[in-house]
Design a protein around this ligand. Structure first.
Ligand code: ATP
Ligand code: MG
Length: 568
Protein backbone atom coordinates (compact mmCIF):
# COMPACT_ATOMS: atom_id res chain seq x y z
CA UNK A 1 0.00 0.00 0.00
CA UNK A 2 1.35 3.36 -1.03
CA UNK A 3 0.99 5.89 1.75
CA UNK A 4 0.37 8.63 -0.83
CA UNK A 5 -2.91 6.87 -1.61
CA UNK A 6 -3.74 5.70 1.91
CA UNK A 7 -6.04 7.55 4.27
CA UNK A 8 -3.84 7.88 7.32
CA UNK A 9 -4.40 11.16 9.13
CA UNK A 10 -1.89 11.15 12.01
CA UNK A 11 -1.89 13.79 14.75
CA UNK A 12 1.01 15.42 16.61
CA UNK A 13 -1.04 15.81 19.77
CA UNK A 14 -3.86 13.68 21.13
CA UNK A 15 -7.20 15.42 21.72
CA UNK A 16 -7.54 16.65 25.31
CA UNK A 17 -10.28 14.22 26.32
CA UNK A 18 -8.23 11.11 25.43
CA UNK A 19 -7.76 9.52 28.86
CA UNK A 20 -5.46 6.52 28.36
CA UNK A 21 -2.30 5.71 26.42
CA UNK A 22 -4.20 3.47 24.02
CA UNK A 23 -6.91 6.07 23.37
CA UNK A 24 -4.28 8.73 22.74
CA UNK A 25 -2.24 6.52 20.42
CA UNK A 26 -5.25 5.22 18.50
CA UNK A 27 -6.32 8.79 17.79
CA UNK A 28 -2.81 10.04 17.01
CA UNK A 29 -1.92 7.09 14.78
CA UNK A 30 -5.09 7.59 12.74
CA UNK A 31 -6.80 4.36 13.76
CA UNK A 32 -10.00 5.93 15.04
CA UNK A 33 -11.84 9.22 15.39
CA UNK A 34 -14.48 10.10 17.94
CA UNK A 35 -17.99 10.74 16.62
CA UNK A 36 -19.71 11.23 19.97
CA UNK A 37 -19.23 10.05 23.55
CA UNK A 38 -18.40 6.32 23.36
CA UNK A 39 -18.97 6.22 19.59
CA UNK A 40 -16.11 6.03 17.10
CA UNK A 41 -15.25 5.93 13.42
CA UNK A 42 -12.69 3.28 12.52
CA UNK A 43 -10.28 4.46 9.83
CA UNK A 44 -8.44 2.16 7.40
CA UNK A 45 -5.44 1.44 9.64
CA UNK A 46 -7.61 0.73 12.69
CA UNK A 47 -10.00 -1.41 10.69
CA UNK A 48 -7.09 -3.46 9.39
CA UNK A 49 -6.07 -4.37 12.94
CA UNK A 50 -9.69 -5.06 13.90
CA UNK A 51 -9.97 -7.45 10.97
CA UNK A 52 -6.76 -9.24 11.99
CA UNK A 53 -8.18 -9.86 15.44
CA UNK A 54 -11.49 -10.92 13.90
CA UNK A 55 -9.75 -13.44 11.64
CA UNK A 56 -7.79 -15.04 14.48
CA UNK A 57 -10.99 -15.33 16.51
CA UNK A 58 -12.91 -16.73 13.52
CA UNK A 59 -10.31 -19.41 12.82
CA UNK A 60 -10.21 -20.58 16.42
CA UNK A 61 -13.99 -20.49 16.90
CA UNK A 62 -14.39 -22.58 13.74
CA UNK A 63 -11.73 -24.97 15.01
CA UNK A 64 -13.73 -25.30 18.26
CA UNK A 65 -16.74 -26.44 16.22
CA UNK A 66 -18.76 -23.23 16.30
CA UNK A 67 -20.60 -21.86 13.23
CA UNK A 68 -20.63 -18.22 12.16
CA UNK A 69 -23.98 -16.45 11.78
CA UNK A 70 -25.11 -12.82 11.64
CA UNK A 71 -27.85 -11.70 13.98
CA UNK A 72 -29.92 -8.51 13.98
CA UNK A 73 -28.80 -5.33 15.71
CA UNK A 74 -32.36 -4.14 16.23
CA UNK A 75 -34.33 -6.60 18.34
CA UNK A 76 -38.04 -6.66 19.24
CA UNK A 77 -39.16 -5.78 22.75
CA UNK A 78 -41.32 -8.92 22.95
CA UNK A 79 -38.27 -11.21 23.02
CA UNK A 80 -36.68 -9.15 25.76
CA UNK A 81 -39.92 -9.25 27.73
CA UNK A 82 -39.95 -13.04 27.48
CA UNK A 83 -36.51 -13.28 29.06
CA UNK A 84 -37.43 -10.64 31.63
CA UNK A 85 -34.54 -8.42 30.59
CA UNK A 86 -36.57 -5.59 29.01
CA UNK A 87 -36.99 -4.18 32.51
CA UNK A 88 -34.01 -5.80 34.21
CA UNK A 89 -31.34 -4.51 31.82
CA UNK A 90 -31.99 -0.97 32.92
CA UNK A 91 -30.68 2.12 31.22
CA UNK A 92 -27.76 0.46 29.44
CA UNK A 93 -30.37 -0.84 26.99
CA UNK A 94 -31.06 1.70 24.27
CA UNK A 95 -34.70 1.48 23.28
CA UNK A 96 -36.30 2.75 20.08
CA UNK A 97 -39.67 2.80 18.35
CA UNK A 98 -40.41 2.21 14.69
CA UNK A 99 -42.90 4.25 12.62
CA UNK A 100 -45.77 2.10 13.84
CA UNK A 101 -44.83 2.64 17.45
CA UNK A 102 -43.51 -0.90 17.92
CA UNK A 103 -40.67 -1.01 20.44
CA UNK A 104 -37.19 -2.41 19.84
CA UNK A 105 -33.76 -2.22 21.38
CA UNK A 106 -30.23 -2.04 20.04
CA UNK A 107 -28.59 -5.35 20.88
CA UNK A 108 -26.20 -5.17 23.85
CA UNK A 109 -25.89 -8.98 23.48
CA UNK A 110 -28.01 -11.61 21.72
CA UNK A 111 -29.19 -14.36 24.08
CA UNK A 112 -32.86 -13.60 23.38
CA UNK A 113 -32.58 -13.66 19.60
CA UNK A 114 -30.47 -16.81 19.50
CA UNK A 115 -32.64 -18.67 22.02
CA UNK A 116 -35.67 -17.78 19.96
CA UNK A 117 -33.89 -19.00 16.81
CA UNK A 118 -32.95 -22.36 18.30
CA UNK A 119 -36.35 -22.79 19.94
CA UNK A 120 -37.99 -22.74 16.51
CA UNK A 121 -35.50 -24.98 14.70
CA UNK A 122 -34.19 -27.50 17.21
CA UNK A 123 -36.77 -29.88 18.62
CA UNK A 124 -34.86 -33.06 19.39
CA UNK A 125 -31.79 -34.08 21.39
CA UNK A 126 -30.56 -35.57 18.10
CA UNK A 127 -29.96 -32.06 16.75
CA UNK A 128 -27.82 -31.09 19.74
CA UNK A 129 -25.34 -29.68 20.57
CA UNK A 130 -25.44 -26.47 18.53
CA UNK A 131 -22.80 -23.75 18.75
CA UNK A 132 -23.14 -20.47 16.88
CA UNK A 133 -21.26 -17.18 16.94
CA UNK A 134 -21.21 -13.86 15.18
CA UNK A 135 -19.20 -10.68 14.80
CA UNK A 136 -21.39 -7.63 15.21
CA UNK A 137 -21.69 -4.16 16.65
CA UNK A 138 -23.20 -3.96 20.09
CA UNK A 139 -24.72 -0.96 21.77
CA UNK A 140 -24.65 -0.42 25.53
CA UNK A 141 -25.53 2.97 26.91
CA UNK A 142 -22.69 2.83 29.45
CA UNK A 143 -22.96 5.37 32.30
CA UNK A 144 -19.34 6.40 31.87
CA UNK A 145 -17.96 5.66 28.42
CA UNK A 146 -14.20 6.04 28.76
CA UNK A 147 -10.74 4.86 27.75
CA UNK A 148 -11.48 5.30 24.05
CA UNK A 149 -12.85 2.14 22.46
CA UNK A 150 -12.09 0.19 25.64
CA UNK A 151 -15.38 1.17 27.26
CA UNK A 152 -17.41 2.46 24.37
CA UNK A 153 -21.14 2.61 23.85
CA UNK A 154 -21.02 1.16 20.35
CA UNK A 155 -18.39 -1.56 20.04
CA UNK A 156 -17.53 -4.66 18.04
CA UNK A 157 -17.94 -8.03 19.67
CA UNK A 158 -17.69 -11.70 18.91
CA UNK A 159 -20.58 -13.29 20.73
CA UNK A 160 -21.10 -17.03 20.76
CA UNK A 161 -23.85 -19.19 22.19
CA UNK A 162 -24.20 -22.93 22.60
CA UNK A 163 -27.13 -25.24 23.30
CA UNK A 164 -26.90 -28.66 24.89
CA UNK A 165 -28.97 -31.61 26.04
CA UNK A 166 -26.96 -32.41 29.15
CA UNK A 167 -24.24 -31.27 31.54
CA UNK A 168 -21.53 -33.43 29.97
CA UNK A 169 -22.11 -31.85 26.62
CA UNK A 170 -22.00 -28.26 27.84
CA UNK A 171 -18.97 -28.95 30.04
CA UNK A 172 -17.14 -30.40 27.07
CA UNK A 173 -17.94 -27.46 24.80
CA UNK A 174 -17.19 -24.93 27.53
CA UNK A 175 -13.71 -26.44 27.73
CA UNK A 176 -13.37 -26.36 23.92
CA UNK A 177 -14.20 -22.66 23.88
CA UNK A 178 -11.94 -22.00 26.87
CA UNK A 179 -9.08 -23.70 25.01
CA UNK A 180 -9.92 -21.72 21.85
CA UNK A 181 -9.71 -18.49 23.87
CA UNK A 182 -6.30 -19.50 25.21
CA UNK A 183 -5.14 -20.06 21.61
CA UNK A 184 -6.69 -16.77 20.45
CA UNK A 185 -4.99 -14.61 23.05
CA UNK A 186 -1.72 -16.49 22.66
CA UNK A 187 -1.86 -15.88 18.91
CA UNK A 188 -2.55 -12.19 19.56
CA UNK A 189 0.79 -12.08 21.36
CA UNK A 190 -0.70 -11.13 24.74
CA UNK A 191 0.45 -11.64 28.28
CA UNK A 192 -2.90 -12.74 29.64
CA UNK A 193 -4.57 -14.77 32.33
CA UNK A 194 -7.93 -16.55 32.51
CA UNK A 195 -9.46 -15.88 35.91
CA UNK A 196 -12.57 -17.05 37.69
CA UNK A 197 -15.32 -14.49 37.41
CA UNK A 198 -18.44 -13.60 39.28
CA UNK A 199 -21.46 -15.55 38.08
CA UNK A 200 -24.03 -13.23 39.66
CA UNK A 201 -27.42 -14.78 40.23
CA UNK A 202 -26.61 -17.93 38.26
CA UNK A 203 -24.02 -19.40 40.58
CA UNK A 204 -21.46 -22.13 40.03
CA UNK A 205 -17.81 -21.82 39.09
CA UNK A 206 -18.48 -21.58 35.40
CA UNK A 207 -17.50 -18.16 34.33
CA UNK A 208 -14.06 -17.09 33.28
CA UNK A 209 -12.76 -13.72 32.28
CA UNK A 210 -9.72 -13.50 30.06
CA UNK A 211 -7.56 -10.66 31.29
CA UNK A 212 -4.84 -8.95 29.33
CA UNK A 213 -2.35 -7.99 32.03
CA UNK A 214 -1.78 -4.24 32.12
CA UNK A 215 -1.22 -1.80 34.96
CA UNK A 216 -3.90 0.45 33.53
CA UNK A 217 -6.55 -2.28 33.47
CA UNK A 218 -9.95 -1.54 35.01
CA UNK A 219 -10.07 -4.92 36.74
CA UNK A 220 -8.11 -6.06 39.73
CA UNK A 221 -7.06 -9.70 39.86
CA UNK A 222 -6.32 -11.60 43.07
CA UNK A 223 -3.68 -14.28 42.52
CA UNK A 224 -2.74 -17.02 44.91
CA UNK A 225 0.97 -17.72 44.43
CA UNK A 226 0.56 -20.90 46.44
CA UNK A 227 -2.16 -22.85 44.56
CA UNK A 228 -2.45 -20.80 41.35
CA UNK A 229 -6.06 -19.71 41.95
CA UNK A 230 -6.75 -16.42 40.20
CA UNK A 231 -9.98 -14.47 40.25
CA UNK A 232 -11.40 -11.06 39.63
CA UNK A 233 -11.50 -9.34 43.03
CA UNK A 234 -15.27 -9.13 42.43
CA UNK A 235 -15.24 -12.86 42.93
CA UNK A 236 -12.04 -13.87 44.77
CA UNK A 237 -13.05 -16.03 47.71
CA UNK A 238 -11.35 -15.25 50.98
CA UNK A 239 -10.56 -17.80 53.67
CA UNK A 240 -12.54 -16.94 56.83
CA UNK A 241 -10.29 -15.89 59.71
CA UNK A 242 -10.72 -17.86 62.92
CA UNK A 243 -10.99 -15.52 65.87
CA UNK A 244 -10.18 -16.51 69.44
CA UNK A 245 -13.07 -16.37 71.92
CA UNK A 246 -13.49 -12.76 72.96
CA UNK A 247 -12.73 -11.79 76.54
CA UNK A 248 -12.88 -8.57 78.51
CA UNK A 249 -16.24 -7.53 77.11
CA UNK A 250 -17.27 -4.13 78.38
CA UNK A 251 -20.76 -2.83 78.96
CA UNK A 252 -22.37 -1.35 75.88
CA UNK A 253 -23.13 2.36 76.12
CA UNK A 254 -24.11 5.26 73.89
CA UNK A 255 -21.69 7.98 72.77
CA UNK A 256 -22.53 11.27 71.06
CA UNK A 257 -21.02 11.61 67.57
CA UNK A 258 -22.58 14.83 66.25
CA UNK A 259 -22.28 15.21 62.50
CA UNK A 260 -19.95 12.23 62.11
CA UNK A 261 -21.02 10.34 59.03
CA UNK A 262 -17.95 8.53 57.79
CA UNK A 263 -16.00 5.72 59.43
CA UNK A 264 -13.01 8.04 59.71
CA UNK A 265 -15.06 10.82 61.38
CA UNK A 266 -16.56 8.47 63.94
CA UNK A 267 -13.27 6.72 64.70
CA UNK A 268 -11.51 10.04 65.20
CA UNK A 269 -14.23 11.49 67.37
CA UNK A 270 -14.27 8.44 69.65
CA UNK A 271 -10.53 7.90 69.66
CA UNK A 272 -10.85 4.47 68.05
CA UNK A 273 -9.36 2.78 64.96
CA UNK A 274 -11.48 2.22 61.80
CA UNK A 275 -11.16 -1.55 62.35
CA UNK A 276 -13.02 -1.16 65.66
CA UNK A 277 -16.09 0.01 63.82
CA UNK A 278 -18.91 -2.10 62.43
CA UNK A 279 -20.49 -0.36 59.47
CA UNK A 280 -23.93 -1.12 58.21
CA UNK A 281 -24.99 -0.85 54.58
CA UNK A 282 -28.62 -1.07 53.59
CA UNK A 283 -29.89 -2.56 50.31
CA UNK A 284 -32.95 -3.98 48.70
CA UNK A 285 -32.38 -7.35 47.06
CA UNK A 286 -35.16 -8.14 44.59
CA UNK A 287 -37.26 -5.70 46.61
CA UNK A 288 -36.52 -7.24 50.05
CA UNK A 289 -34.60 -5.26 52.70
CA UNK A 290 -31.10 -6.47 53.57
CA UNK A 291 -28.37 -4.98 55.74
CA UNK A 292 -24.74 -5.94 55.32
CA UNK A 293 -22.33 -5.52 58.20
CA UNK A 294 -18.65 -4.89 57.49
CA UNK A 295 -15.66 -4.08 59.62
CA UNK A 296 -15.02 -0.34 59.35
CA UNK A 297 -11.79 -0.68 57.39
CA UNK A 298 -13.15 -3.24 54.88
CA UNK A 299 -14.93 -2.70 51.59
CA UNK A 300 -18.15 -4.53 50.85
CA UNK A 301 -18.14 -6.49 47.60
CA UNK A 302 -21.64 -5.97 46.24
CA UNK A 303 -21.16 -8.79 43.72
CA UNK A 304 -20.54 -11.23 46.56
CA UNK A 305 -23.58 -10.00 48.46
CA UNK A 306 -25.73 -10.29 45.36
CA UNK A 307 -24.45 -13.81 44.59
CA UNK A 308 -24.85 -14.89 48.18
CA UNK A 309 -28.46 -13.73 48.20
CA UNK A 310 -29.00 -15.25 44.74
CA UNK A 311 -30.64 -11.92 43.91
CA UNK A 312 -31.09 -10.71 40.37
CA UNK A 313 -31.21 -7.09 41.48
CA UNK A 314 -29.37 -5.48 44.36
CA UNK A 315 -29.91 -1.80 44.97
CA UNK A 316 -28.35 0.42 47.58
CA UNK A 317 -31.14 2.00 49.66
CA UNK A 318 -31.63 5.69 49.03
CA UNK A 319 -32.07 8.03 51.98
CA UNK A 320 -35.83 7.58 52.12
CA UNK A 321 -35.68 3.77 52.08
CA UNK A 322 -32.82 3.73 54.59
CA UNK A 323 -34.78 5.82 57.06
CA UNK A 324 -37.97 3.84 56.46
CA UNK A 325 -36.27 0.47 56.96
CA UNK A 326 -34.01 1.29 59.89
CA UNK A 327 -35.88 4.08 61.62
CA UNK A 328 -32.56 5.97 61.89
CA UNK A 329 -31.00 8.81 59.95
CA UNK A 330 -28.46 7.79 57.29
CA UNK A 331 -25.16 6.78 58.90
CA UNK A 332 -26.56 6.10 62.35
CA UNK A 333 -28.35 2.75 62.02
CA UNK A 334 -26.78 -0.09 63.98
CA UNK A 335 -27.37 -3.85 63.90
CA UNK A 336 -29.23 -4.03 67.21
CA UNK A 337 -32.97 -4.50 66.75
CA UNK A 338 -32.80 -4.52 62.95
CA UNK A 339 -34.04 -8.09 62.52
CA UNK A 340 -37.16 -7.19 64.47
CA UNK A 341 -37.81 -4.49 61.86
CA UNK A 342 -37.84 -7.18 59.17
CA UNK A 343 -34.40 -6.44 57.73
CA UNK A 344 -32.27 -9.47 56.89
CA UNK A 345 -28.90 -9.04 58.59
CA UNK A 346 -25.79 -10.53 56.95
CA UNK A 347 -22.33 -9.94 58.32
CA UNK A 348 -18.91 -10.42 56.82
CA UNK A 349 -16.78 -13.04 58.61
CA UNK A 350 -14.43 -10.41 59.99
CA UNK A 351 -17.21 -8.72 61.96
CA UNK A 352 -17.18 -11.75 64.25
CA UNK A 353 -13.70 -10.74 65.42
CA UNK A 354 -14.62 -7.23 66.53
CA UNK A 355 -14.37 -6.86 70.30
CA UNK A 356 -15.87 -3.86 72.14
CA UNK A 357 -16.59 -2.26 68.78
CA UNK A 358 -18.48 0.80 67.65
CA UNK A 359 -21.75 0.63 65.70
CA UNK A 360 -24.60 2.96 64.80
CA UNK A 361 -26.68 4.02 67.82
CA UNK A 362 -30.03 3.94 65.98
CA UNK A 363 -30.62 7.64 66.58
CA UNK A 364 -29.31 10.89 65.19
CA UNK A 365 -25.74 11.81 66.16
CA UNK A 366 -25.34 8.73 68.35
CA UNK A 367 -23.16 5.64 68.18
CA UNK A 368 -23.07 2.61 70.43
CA UNK A 369 -19.66 1.71 71.89
CA UNK A 370 -18.47 -1.62 73.31
CA UNK A 371 -20.74 -3.46 70.91
CA UNK A 372 -20.04 -7.19 70.76
CA UNK A 373 -21.35 -9.60 68.15
CA UNK A 374 -23.22 -12.50 69.71
CA UNK A 375 -24.03 -10.48 72.79
CA UNK A 376 -25.55 -7.28 71.41
CA UNK A 377 -26.71 -8.56 68.03
CA UNK A 378 -26.65 -11.77 66.06
CA UNK A 379 -26.67 -11.65 62.27
CA UNK A 380 -28.75 -14.20 60.44
CA UNK A 381 -25.55 -15.48 58.88
CA UNK A 382 -21.86 -14.72 58.46
CA UNK A 383 -20.53 -14.80 54.90
CA UNK A 384 -17.59 -13.78 52.75
CA UNK A 385 -18.62 -10.28 51.65
CA UNK A 386 -15.30 -8.48 51.47
CA UNK A 387 -13.42 -7.22 48.42
CA UNK A 388 -10.20 -9.21 48.46
CA UNK A 389 -7.32 -6.98 49.47
CA UNK A 390 -3.75 -7.21 50.60
CA UNK A 391 -3.41 -9.50 53.63
CA UNK A 392 -6.38 -11.70 52.69
CA UNK A 393 -5.88 -15.42 52.27
CA UNK A 394 -7.03 -17.62 49.41
CA UNK A 395 -10.12 -19.65 50.34
CA UNK A 396 -8.76 -22.69 48.51
CA UNK A 397 -5.41 -23.05 50.28
CA UNK A 398 -4.81 -20.18 52.71
CA UNK A 399 -1.98 -18.64 50.61
CA UNK A 400 -1.73 -14.85 50.78
CA UNK A 401 -3.12 -13.08 47.72
CA UNK A 402 -1.02 -10.89 45.46
CA UNK A 403 -2.70 -8.42 43.13
CA UNK A 404 -2.33 -7.48 39.46
CA UNK A 405 -4.45 -5.45 37.10
CA UNK A 406 -6.02 -6.54 33.86
CA UNK A 407 -8.24 -5.61 30.93
CA UNK A 408 -11.13 -8.00 30.40
CA UNK A 409 -11.06 -8.96 26.73
CA UNK A 410 -13.14 -12.11 26.84
CA UNK A 411 -15.77 -13.77 28.96
CA UNK A 412 -17.06 -17.34 28.96
CA UNK A 413 -20.18 -18.19 30.85
CA UNK A 414 -22.17 -21.32 31.56
CA UNK A 415 -25.71 -19.98 31.59
CA UNK A 416 -27.58 -23.13 32.55
CA UNK A 417 -31.29 -22.86 31.77
CA UNK A 418 -31.74 -19.16 32.63
CA UNK A 419 -32.93 -18.19 29.13
CA UNK A 420 -34.38 -21.49 27.98
CA UNK A 421 -36.71 -21.67 30.99
CA UNK A 422 -37.91 -18.07 30.79
CA UNK A 423 -38.29 -18.25 26.99
CA UNK A 424 -39.70 -21.80 27.02
CA UNK A 425 -37.03 -23.11 24.68
CA UNK A 426 -37.25 -26.88 24.95
CA UNK A 427 -36.34 -30.07 23.13
CA UNK A 428 -37.44 -33.70 23.42
CA UNK A 429 -34.92 -36.01 25.09
CA UNK A 430 -34.41 -39.75 24.39
CA UNK A 431 -37.53 -40.53 26.42
CA UNK A 432 -39.66 -38.00 24.53
CA UNK A 433 -39.59 -35.77 27.60
CA UNK A 434 -39.56 -32.02 27.11
CA UNK A 435 -36.48 -30.33 28.60
CA UNK A 436 -35.05 -26.80 28.54
CA UNK A 437 -31.75 -26.40 26.67
CA UNK A 438 -28.59 -25.97 28.69
CA UNK A 439 -26.78 -22.91 27.39
CA UNK A 440 -23.38 -21.29 27.35
CA UNK A 441 -22.35 -17.87 26.08
CA UNK A 442 -18.94 -16.65 25.06
CA UNK A 443 -17.91 -13.06 24.30
CA UNK A 444 -14.78 -11.35 23.05
CA UNK A 445 -14.59 -7.57 22.78
CA UNK A 446 -12.84 -7.38 19.40
CA UNK A 447 -12.54 -3.59 19.45
CA UNK A 448 -11.37 -3.68 23.08
CA UNK A 449 -8.69 -6.22 22.10
CA UNK A 450 -7.16 -3.64 19.75
CA UNK A 451 -6.91 -1.07 22.55
CA UNK A 452 -5.62 -3.70 25.00
CA UNK A 453 -2.83 -4.65 22.59
CA UNK A 454 -1.64 -1.03 22.58
CA UNK A 455 -2.05 -0.65 26.32
CA UNK A 456 0.22 -3.65 26.78
CA UNK A 457 2.76 -2.77 24.09
CA UNK A 458 3.92 0.79 23.40
CA UNK A 459 6.71 3.25 24.19
CA UNK A 460 7.00 7.05 24.33
CA UNK A 461 7.13 7.24 20.54
CA UNK A 462 4.07 5.19 19.78
CA UNK A 463 2.51 1.79 19.32
CA UNK A 464 4.58 -1.41 19.16
CA UNK A 465 2.26 -3.91 17.49
CA UNK A 466 2.59 -7.57 18.33
CA UNK A 467 3.41 -8.98 14.87
CA UNK A 468 0.15 -10.98 14.45
CA UNK A 469 -1.99 -7.85 14.92
CA UNK A 470 0.18 -5.34 13.05
CA UNK A 471 -1.81 -3.69 10.26
CA UNK A 472 1.20 -4.05 7.93
CA UNK A 473 4.46 -5.93 8.45
CA UNK A 474 6.90 -3.39 7.08
CA UNK A 475 7.13 0.40 6.90
CA UNK A 476 9.19 1.14 3.80
CA UNK A 477 10.27 4.76 3.44
CA UNK A 478 12.28 6.77 0.98
CA UNK A 479 14.53 9.70 1.84
CA UNK A 480 15.27 12.26 -0.93
CA UNK A 481 13.27 10.38 -3.56
CA UNK A 482 12.06 13.71 -4.91
CA UNK A 483 15.60 14.85 -5.70
CA UNK A 484 17.15 11.48 -6.49
CA UNK A 485 15.27 9.27 -8.97
CA UNK A 486 17.58 6.36 -8.15
CA UNK A 487 16.21 6.26 -4.61
CA UNK A 488 12.69 6.02 -5.92
CA UNK A 489 13.69 3.30 -8.36
CA UNK A 490 15.46 1.27 -5.68
CA UNK A 491 12.60 1.69 -3.21
CA UNK A 492 10.08 0.54 -5.81
CA UNK A 493 12.25 -2.54 -6.28
CA UNK A 494 12.34 -3.27 -2.54
CA UNK A 495 8.57 -2.72 -2.35
CA UNK A 496 7.92 -5.26 -5.11
CA UNK A 497 10.32 -7.79 -3.60
CA UNK A 498 8.77 -7.44 -0.13
CA UNK A 499 5.27 -7.94 -1.47
CA UNK A 500 6.48 -10.81 -3.60
CA UNK A 501 7.88 -12.44 -0.47
CA UNK A 502 4.42 -12.22 1.13
CA UNK A 503 4.87 -9.18 3.36
CA UNK A 504 2.23 -6.52 3.80
CA UNK A 505 4.03 -3.25 3.20
CA UNK A 506 3.10 0.33 3.93
CA UNK A 507 5.26 2.22 1.46
CA UNK A 508 5.87 5.81 2.53
CA UNK A 509 6.31 7.35 -0.91
CA UNK A 510 5.26 10.81 0.29
CA UNK A 511 7.44 13.82 -0.38
CA UNK A 512 7.80 14.47 3.36
CA UNK A 513 10.90 15.24 5.40
CA UNK A 514 12.66 12.18 6.86
CA UNK A 515 11.90 13.37 10.41
CA UNK A 516 8.17 13.27 9.72
CA UNK A 517 8.39 9.85 8.12
CA UNK A 518 10.37 8.37 11.02
CA UNK A 519 8.01 9.87 13.60
CA UNK A 520 5.00 8.41 11.80
CA UNK A 521 6.76 5.06 11.50
CA UNK A 522 7.33 4.92 15.26
CA UNK A 523 3.83 6.19 16.01
CA UNK A 524 1.97 3.60 13.96
CA UNK A 525 4.36 0.93 15.24
CA UNK A 526 4.80 -1.62 12.43
CA UNK A 527 7.28 -4.34 13.45
CA UNK A 528 9.86 -3.51 10.74
CA UNK A 529 11.16 -0.34 9.09
CA UNK A 530 13.23 -0.22 5.91
CA UNK A 531 14.63 3.06 4.57
CA UNK A 532 16.19 3.73 1.18
CA UNK A 533 18.15 6.99 0.91
CA UNK A 534 20.89 8.47 -1.26
CA UNK A 535 23.39 7.66 1.47
CA UNK A 536 22.45 3.97 1.78
CA UNK A 537 22.15 3.59 -1.94
CA UNK A 538 25.70 4.81 -2.53
CA UNK A 539 26.84 1.68 -0.67
CA UNK A 540 24.27 -0.51 -2.48
CA UNK A 541 22.35 -0.80 0.76
CA UNK A 542 19.17 0.07 2.61
CA UNK A 543 18.67 0.59 6.31
CA UNK A 544 16.69 -1.79 8.52
CA UNK A 545 15.35 -1.17 12.00
CA UNK A 546 13.02 -3.30 14.11
CA UNK A 547 10.40 -1.23 15.97
CA UNK A 548 11.54 -2.76 19.24
CA UNK A 549 15.24 -2.00 18.81
CA UNK A 550 16.97 1.34 19.10
CA UNK A 551 19.57 0.86 16.44
CA UNK A 552 19.36 0.50 12.70
CA UNK A 553 21.53 -1.83 10.65
CA UNK A 554 22.52 -1.82 6.97
CA UNK A 555 21.35 -4.45 4.53
CA UNK A 556 22.93 -5.09 1.12
CA UNK A 557 20.26 -4.70 -1.51
CA UNK A 558 21.75 -7.71 -3.26
CA UNK A 559 21.00 -9.90 -0.25
CA UNK A 560 17.42 -8.83 0.40
CA UNK A 561 15.90 -12.26 -0.13
CA UNK A 562 18.02 -13.71 2.67
CA UNK A 563 17.44 -10.72 4.94
CA UNK A 564 13.65 -10.97 4.48
CA UNK A 565 13.77 -14.46 5.97
CA UNK A 566 14.85 -12.91 9.28
CA UNK A 567 11.66 -10.84 9.41
CA UNK A 568 9.20 -13.70 9.74
P1 ATP B 1 -17.47 -5.13 31.75
O1 ATP B 1 -17.41 -5.78 33.10
O2 ATP B 1 -16.11 -4.67 31.25
O3 ATP B 1 -18.54 -4.11 31.61
P2 ATP B 1 -19.23 -7.10 30.70
O4 ATP B 1 -19.22 -8.15 31.74
O5 ATP B 1 -20.34 -6.14 30.64
O6 ATP B 1 -17.83 -6.29 30.75
P3 ATP B 1 -19.73 -8.99 28.60
O7 ATP B 1 -21.18 -8.74 28.61
O8 ATP B 1 -19.22 -10.26 29.14
O9 ATP B 1 -18.98 -7.76 29.30
O10 ATP B 1 -19.19 -8.72 27.13
C1 ATP B 1 -18.21 -9.52 26.47
C2 ATP B 1 -16.98 -8.72 26.14
O11 ATP B 1 -17.29 -7.51 25.44
C3 ATP B 1 -16.19 -8.24 27.34
O12 ATP B 1 -15.33 -9.25 27.79
C4 ATP B 1 -15.44 -7.06 26.79
O13 ATP B 1 -14.25 -7.48 26.15
C5 ATP B 1 -16.37 -6.49 25.76
N1 ATP B 1 -17.09 -5.29 26.24
C6 ATP B 1 -18.07 -5.23 27.16
N2 ATP B 1 -18.50 -3.97 27.33
C7 ATP B 1 -17.76 -3.21 26.46
C8 ATP B 1 -17.72 -1.81 26.16
N3 ATP B 1 -18.54 -0.96 26.76
N4 ATP B 1 -16.85 -1.38 25.22
C9 ATP B 1 -16.01 -2.25 24.59
N5 ATP B 1 -16.01 -3.57 24.85
C10 ATP B 1 -16.86 -4.05 25.76
MG1 MG C 1 -20.60 -4.15 31.27
Amino acid sequence: MRLSKYYLPTLKEAPKDADTVSAKLMLRAGLIRKTASGIYEWLPLGLKVLKKVEQIVREEMNAAGSNEVWLPLIQPKELWEESGRWNYYGRELLRIKDRKGAEFCFAPTAEEVITNLIKRDVTSYRQLPVSLYQFASKFRDEIRPRFGVMRAREFYMKDGYSFHADEDSINKHYQEIYDAYVRIFTRCGFKFKPVEADTGAIGGNFSHEFMVLAETGENEIANCPHCGYAANTEKAEIMPTVFPAASGLKTMEKAATPGAHTVEDVAKMLGRRPEDLIKLLVFTADGKPVAALMRGDHELNEHKLKSFLKASQLEKANEETYVKLTGSPVGFAGPAGLKEKGVKLIADYHVRGVVNGVAGGNEKDMHAVNVNPGRDFEPEIYADLKIAASGDACAKCGGKFTFTRGIEVGHTFKLGTKYSVSMKAEFLDENQKSKPFLMGCYGIGISRVVAAAIEQSHDVNGIIWPAPLAPFDVYLATVDADINPKVKEAAEGVYKKLEGAGFEVLYDDRAERPGIKFKDADLIGLPHRIVVSTRTLEAGQCEYKARVSKDAVRWDLAELADKFKTLK
